[in-house]
Design a protein around this ligand. Sequence first.
Ligand code: 5AD
Ligand code: FES
Length: 362
Amino acid sequence: MINSCFFYSLKGGITILALLDKLYERNDLSKEEIIHVLRNLDDGHKEALFHYAHRTRVKYYGHKVFMRGLIEFSNICRQDCLYCGIRVSNRKVDRYRLTPEEILDCCKEGYQLGYRTFVLQSGEDAWYSEEILIDIIRKIKEMFPNTAITLSIGERNDAVYQKLFEAGADRFLLRHETASKHLYEQLHPTMSFENRINCLLTLKRIGYQVGAGFMVGLPEQTAEDLAEDLLFLKKLQPDMIGIGPFIPHSETPLKDAEGGTVEDTLVMVAFARLLVPDCLLPATTAMGTLHPQGRELALKVGANVVMPNLSPKAVRTKYELYENKICTGDESTQCRHCIEMRIQSVGFQVDMGRGDSLRAIR
Ligand code: 5AD
Ligand code: FES
């Protein structure tokens, strides 16, 4: 009887701690339960949530942290997302494109530093046609054996996704950004929610290891919206989940918004680890931008991937999705070593392997 007194509050509702136990044991909660936890989480509960997320990460992935070399190869974008610093309407951006040769040079440097995953990220830039992308993918695979290629290039049609996969791309990151249709439509005047979801489903069907994810602290985002984000991930079962705080950019319509906090983002990272326990979860650069130890904090609550920058130093400040982004002044080799130190400082070990998701290995 002691247990039931402990687990049930005076009002007859199930307590937060009991819900967290359920989340830890079953990797599942209903929407109402998630909302209830999010609205009533105190410091003690957070400690329990973070502890459970850490234990789950250790159970599935041990103390390894996978490294990905990030190459931001173009900041040209045809879309106009209200939050994003490189949106097409921002005329102040100094736009650049890396040539295929420059991209391969970044990979070469990365390969020598030990990276075995390259993440090719850009705005939605049609200059990189299907043919050009296929050529880049084939050359990377040819020149750098045993590497995985992750694309993060936004929305394309199904046939292009298929061809890029056949050329050798292994993974695709396409955050859903928010699972709330009305919020999505407010934030993406040039895009459609249905198309975003369809792209993710297509990528999965083709056979990519897929990454989805969302921002925390978007204007008007509620606990209910965040619960929907988490349950969307639970349903999609992606291989990777990118979660970061929204950071307002002064040259966007959301310049006066408040933005997300480190604390709220950590709660979402921990929830994601518990709801999709076998996923790969990056400690995002946006976390490191908001807090000097933001990435280390994320690693301690379930994150197990970091993505150090491999872009040429000359273009780094130009890939400004949000301001004050970290690592823009460092050489690739500095980033590599800085992150290794940070990973070790919180008791984890760097893994330079391809770092496929457990789901993909199975
Ligand atoms: N603050 C935080 N994250 C942002 N992103 C884009 N703009 C911002 C911003 N202002 C995120 C989006 C995108 C990823 C590459 O970066 O979620 O998918
Ligand atoms: Fe480029 Fe949103 S502004 S995809």
